[in-house]
Design a protein around this ligand. Structure first.
Ligand code: GDP
Length: 319
């Protein structure tokens, strides 16, 4: 149990930052750290593998909320207020759908609709999600590699006190109100990693688990990729017992686990070579059964993202 407090990361030693990294990411929290890593690492040294368990079909379109959040964020196109969706968005299409009596619970902006329409067209033509994502990244000027976790359908199902709900039904339509009893990743047993994911994992120096929801953003990725034989460093999405956004803390509580950075470290315990937790949780460091880095993990702006990414890379370099 070692606790390392990095206080000055202004001039990271280049020997520690030039590591080949695979980042595992969900949506908003994952995208922010992935963006920080992308500001520091050259394109060939960063692959982001993104959860697709949240994907669903809606209004006849194939929607990938986490992939889009990561891509929009890396491209500088994300809405800075919500963290998801596009900046300078307009909402005419969804307003029109609502007026015509269609479903409006899943908010899609006009520019965002374009992404889903074109992705759906390509998938129907037989392209893989990996290929579509690669093409979209090129169009958006994203130089780092972004991969869906798999090209096979995997659907996160949430077991609740009101029965089993498809993830977006629980997350957006029901606003996470039903009490959670467990999770199931439909299709995960037969889903192999996306083309390129295995190679990226093999050639990586380390795997960074971004501060994403452990239950529904990271676990599906871990289930698909199964074996990791590289050092794994996770960043806690729980700060001071609370989530920055989303239901992770509520899920821990409802599953009978006190939400904390310690609970997150325990969640990943069999995998971890290192764990990054926030300064407000420094007191938990001694209880965490792996090497820890205590640092500021809240990413309020672009500088925070790059600073946390630098801290994480220096931490990896120090191992
Ligand atoms: P979602 O699919 O959009 O819910 O996105 P993620 O699973 O990637 O992110 C949700 C998690 O990110 C939540 O548990 C948040 O607490 C966490 N998160 C969001 N912003 C930050 C941040 O700035 N720092 C840290 N440490 N966690 C964050």
């Amino acid at each position: 149990m070692t606790s390392t407090k990095i206080t000055d990361t202004t001039h990271p030693p280049s020997s520690t930052v030039h590591r080949r990294i695979v980042a595992l990411a969900g949506g908003v929290g994952g995208a922010k750290l992935a963006h920080g890593l992308a500001q520091i690492l050259p394109p060939e040294d960063l692959t982001v593998i993104v959860n697709t368990g949240d994907d669903f079909e809606h209004l006849g379109l194939y929607i990938c909320p986490d992939l889009d959040t990561v891509c929009y964020t890396l491209a500088g196109l994300a809405n800075p207020e919500t963290g998801w969706g596009r900046v300078n968005e307009t909402w005419n299409t969804i307003a029109n759908i609502e007026k015509l009596g269609g479903p409006n619970w899943f908010r899609l902006g006009d520019q965002d609709f374009g992404t889903h329409i074109e992705r759906t067209r390509r998938l129907k033509e037989g392209q893989t999600l990996t290929q579509v994502t690669k093409d979209f990244c090129a169009a958006w000027g994203i130089k780092h590699t972004v991969l869906p976790m798999t090209d096979s359908p995997v659907r996160t199902m949430v077991d609740t006190d009101e029965g089993e709900l498809a993830f977006q039904e629980y997350f957006v339509h029901r606003q996470c109100k039903p009490r959670v009893k467990g999770f199931r990743f439909d299709g995960v047993e037969v889903a192999g990693p996306a083309i390129g994911a295995r190679e990226a994992l093999e050639s990586a120096d380390a795997i960074v688990i971004c501060p994403s929801n452990p239950w529904v953003s990271v676990d599906p990725i871990l289930r698909v990729i199964q074996k990791i034989n590289k050092p794994v460093i996770a960043v806690s999405p729980i700060i001071g017992g609370k989530t920055v956004k989303g239901p992770a803390a509520k899920m821990y509580e409802e599953l009978g686990i006190e939400p904390s950075a310690l609970a997150v470290a325990k969640h990943y315990r069999t995998l971890l070579s290192g764990f990054v937790l926030d300064t407000v949780d420094a007191h938990l460091s001694e209880e965490i059964n792996t090497k820890t880095l205590v640092t500021d993990t809240l990413m309020n702006n672009l500088t925070d993202r790059a600073r946390l990414a630098t801290d994480v890379l220096n931490f990896i370099g120090s191992m």
